[in-house]
Unconditional design. Structure first.
Length: 395
């Protein structure tokens, strides 16, 4: 669709002129679609899109987009480009209030229901809806409670199991609702969402962005023993996912966060997961990243290990990870946060470790105190660990 009727106004940033032209030729569908595209282009074509979106909002672009979509429900192009214009305008926070006042959520919901069998429109609506829900808490609650948003999204995305973009934006919509309003979710909503997310994650063809969105969504709904039982009674999927994506730091970070969250919300299931292979996965990851210099990933790994051993410091667990923990201690002596976690881990594992493994431990701990004299927490943890060594008669 050419932008020719609006090119001069877009170039000159005459946003009032764009809105007036659309209003003046309201019945001309070609001009209407070109106007919607011009609104998008006015924002997308500049480095500081937020400023352009705000100026368009002041000119009345938010209202004209919603009016155009409402008056042309049967016109696929108007809905398609209207959703895009909505999404770009939503980059300005003031426009969120305008869309809320004009009931933009209702329009997106109407379009989603009306065009549920048209994938190109469904993709745009879900993308725009996810953006809007992320920015508008009142609209998120309305969509969840008044429009049964979770099942509306699930029923839509389940029509398109092979369309990755639809699945991605659908997951983002779900995560916006489940993250903000965990406490009011019904168990049937939690179960249906979790089953869908797990189904996506076990697919070997899932894109990293989709996996990350799924993991965040699952973390947001795993909030109790009951919900943990739904998803971790058989945790073979978790171990497979962990090992399959162990080399992707962005995915691994979300996997580790889910594991840590499980330690807090359902220690029983976290212990079972660790015994049934979760701890071995963690050991493999620590072995992989030990010499890569990826300090942030190593920190998250040892932090999780600390959580696990706090819950269940069994002899087998201690001996499984002890060599890697000591290797980390030597490799990352300049990283005080890692060293704090390692001190805690060593004290938990100490009763189950042979003296030969800890022969030079006192010297290492004193060296850490010398290297980080201003890090009071690390100095204190080193002292606690030194005392624990004395109490257990390690020399």
């Amino acid at each position: 669709m050419p932008l020719a009727p609006f090119d001069p106004a877009v170039e000159a940033k005459e946003y009032d002129a764009i809105v007036r032209r659309v209003r003046a030729e309201w019945t001309d569908r070609h001009v209407l679609v070109a106007g919607l595209m011009a609104i998008q282009q006015s924002i997308n074509g500049w480095l500081d899109g937020d400023v352009e979106a705000k100026s368009l909002g002041v000119a009345g672009a938010c209202e004209v987009v919603l009016d155009a979509m409402a008056a042309n429900m049967e016109n696929e192009e108007v809905q398609f480009y209207g959703c895009q214009a909505f999404r770009f305008l939503a980059t300005a926070s003031r426009n969120i209030f305008r869309f809320e006042a004009k009931k933009g959520l209702d329009q997106l919901n109407h379009t989603l229901v009306y065009y549920v069998t048209t994938p190109r429109v469904v993709e745009q609506v879900l993308w725009t809806l996810a953006t809007f829900l992320d920015a508008s808490e009142p609209s998120t609650r309305r969509f969840l409670v008044d429009m049964d948003g979770i099942f509306t999204v699930l029923k839509t995305v389940q029509r398109y199991p092979q369309m990755k973009e639809i699945q991605l934006h659908g997951c983002r919509c779900l995560a916006a609702m489940t993250t903000r309003f965990q406490k009011i979710l019904r168990m049937d909503q939690v179960e249906a969402t979790g089953v869908h997310l797990l189904g996506l994650m076990v697919q070997s063809t899932a894109e990293p962005a989709l996996l990350i969105s799924c993991l965040r969504g699952l973390t947001s709904i795993t909030t109790s023993d009951d919900s943990a039982a739904l998803f971790f009674a058989d945790a073979s999927w978790f171990r497979s996912l962990f090992l399959m994506h162990i080399k992707d730091e962005s995915i691994l970070a979300e996997v580790l966060f889910l594991y840590i969250s499980l330690c807090h919300v359902s220690p029983h299931h976290a212990i079972e997961l660790s015994v049934q292979g979760g701890l071995a996965c963690l050991r493999d990851a620590l072995s992989l990243y030990l010499d890569r210099g990826e300090e942030s990933t190593v920190y998250q790994l040892v932090r999780l290990l600390h959580h696990i051993l706090t819950l269940h410091a069994a002899p087998s667990a201690a001996t499984l990870v002890a060599p890697l923990v000591l290797a980390c201690q030597a490799t990352y002596d300049a990283h005080w946060k890692i060293q704090i976690e390692l001190c805690c881990i060593l004290r938990l594992a100490l009763p189950h470790l042979p003296p030969s493994l800890l022969r030079d431990q006192k010297a290492r701990l004193r060296r850490l105190q010398t290297l980080h004299p201003t890090q009071s927490t690390l100095v204190r943890e080193c002292n606690y660990t030194l005392q624990a060594l004395l109490d257990t008669n390690y020399t």
